[in-house]
Design a protein around this ligand. Sequence first.
Ligand code: PLP
Length: 361
Amino acid sequence: MSNVFNFSAGPAMLPAEVMQQAQAEFLNWRDSGCSVMEVSHRGKDFIEVAATAEQDLRDLLNVPENYKVLFAHGGGRGQFASVPLNISTSSDTSLHMVTGSWSKGAVAEAAKYNNAKVIGETIEVDGLQAVAKVTEADVDQSAAYLHFCPNETVDGVAFDWLPESGNVPLVSDMSSCILSKPLDVSAHGIIYAGAQKNIGPSGLSVLIVRDDLIGKARKETPSIFDYELMAKHDSMYNTPPTFSWYLAGLVFKWLKSNGGLTAMQQRNEAKAALLYGAIDGSDFYSNPVHPDNRSIMNVPFHLADDSLNQKFLEQSDAAGLKALKGHRSVGGMRASIYNAMSVEGVAALVEFMKQFEKENG
Ligand SMILES: *Cc1c(COP(=O)(O)O)cnc(C)c1O
């Protein structure tokens, strides 16, 4: 393996051990003489992989019995449409916290299908982006659901509390933070995540859906996105993205053998503290998010002088620190430090940042 640290926001790096295992069994999986991607999803071997992945995810997140775990097509955005089709009518209201570009995308898509309303937006506190608490008084109790994104991948805005929604089901887009720390599934109606940040390769999304929200899909809902059909067919109503599912299963095993989500949280918080510490300890770098709302997964930062951006990117890339360019809508830099990123990788970035400041600050 080369000396490269990949800070891509997604598709993102995967644990080296997982990639090595996938490589070792790529051409000859379970002594079948075939690759896992070449076998039937309905065969005994693949069904075992699928069921084990589900059980491992349930173990990691302590998913209660009254929730289904579904493996779907269509990534994160697929659920922007699937959620309204499955749990609202066209005259229902859906409520949306908009705390960054992904939750903004979710409300725009929901508005095609129901009466989508924004109830919470990012606010400015001391010149920094922050998230205002949502309490029951803000929540129309007749709404079909309340959608939020606890970790905004592009903006680096996050919050670790839950909106107080009364009886309105919470729907959470956890594409970029699922499995980064323990989670209270039972407080949610639906949790969904595109796989390519913290779970596995793209092409897959993972859903955790409370039983009472299944079986309410509109009749025009595409069958492959109907939670009831998906659940009834163990997520194999049609051919699932088998390779992504298999690889996600390897990632779940890796998480379990590395201490589970409590250990991940400790490691992720240590990495984030290291990086934010370097940003805050310098006048050359800055982060636009209020300390209460900083993401531990995606860390955007700006250089004091934007004209140095290109030089920073070229030199960091040459030093083996890959994919640090910020999202085009935000500019500057962004380091995504998901579960698979080592402390060593973040330390190497911090070292580079100090050196770059010394030479250019
Ligand atoms: C990446 C991302 C998405 C979109 O995922 P796709 O799989 O590309 O559709 C949605 N929400 C969040 C929070 C994301 O990070």
